[in-house]
Ligand binder design. Structure first.
Ligand SMILES: [Fe+2]
Length: 226
């Protein structure tokens, strides 16, 4: 991805969040210089990778396969007794923009359509994983806001504004927005993007970046070490 695209996608996501009444914390707007100026006071942000995350999953086509996220809170998966045992993200899922099929070994996550009137629905295609890490042909049981949905393997279920789904470990999920862009929340157990994402087709999690202009904001894996 080009840095100019990442700059633009962050600006567009921030505007989308604000238009939906979802305001980000101050460090969302720090410049690279701000990150350099903050020292040990910002150690938590660096160590658990809070902040912006824009990726095309190495697809080369961000609008078809990609995602813009902001991690608001997270604990340290490396700590034996983390002070926080939960994580939260907010995501801008564009209409038709796919996050590739993956599961987690540790993380249980609630995915929430936080959009308002006039925003999209979130479609999720689900499979149980089999012993070899492939798609299982077994039926699926998931809970959406406490109500069970029983689905055939590979079925797609959708979340309207206000609805959520609980994704348990080893449940494959791919998602995209339909009928408009979608404001998507994630509330979960600890998040470790470095080790806990198992993609059906193995993918680097973070994009390769072509530096065609200066970064206006840094991504969560780019913070300078003071
Ligand atoms: Fe996930």
């Amino acid at each position: 991805m080009k840095r100019s695209e990442i700059n633009r996608y962050i600006e567009e996501a921030d505007a989308f969040f604000v238009s939906n009444g979802f305001l980000l914390p101050p460090f969302a707007h720090w410049s690279p210089e701000d990150w350099r100026r903050h020292g040990s006071d910002a150690a938590e942000l660096r160590s658990v990778r809070l902040g912006w995350d824009v990726t095309d999953f190495h697809s080369g086509n961000f609008h078809s396969v990609g995602l813009t996220l902001f991690t608001l809170r997270n604990g340290s998966p490396a700590s034996p007794r983390p002070a926080k045992i939960y994580a939260e993200k907010i995501m801008f899922v564009r209409e038709g923009q796919v996050t590739p099929s993956h599961y987690h070994i540790s993380k249980t996550e609630d995915i929430i359509n936080r959009g308002g009137k006039g925003t999209g629905r979130l479609a999720l295609q689900l499979y149980n994983s089999d012993e070899g890490g492939g798609f299982a042909s077994t039926p699926i049981s998931v809970f959406c806001d406490g109500i069970e949905r029983r689905l055939d393997p590979g079925a797609t279920t959708t979340l309207g504004p206000g609805e959520s789904i609980t994704l348990t470990p080893r449940l494959y999920h791919t998602f995209y927005a339909v009928e408009g862009d979608c404001l998507v929340g994630e509330v979960s157990s600890l998040n470790d993007d470095a080790t806990d994402n198992y993609f059906k087709d193995p993918l680097p999690r973070y994009p390769a970046i072509v530096e065609d202009e200066p970064a206006t904001r840094l991504l969560c894996n780019e913070y300078p070490i003071p």
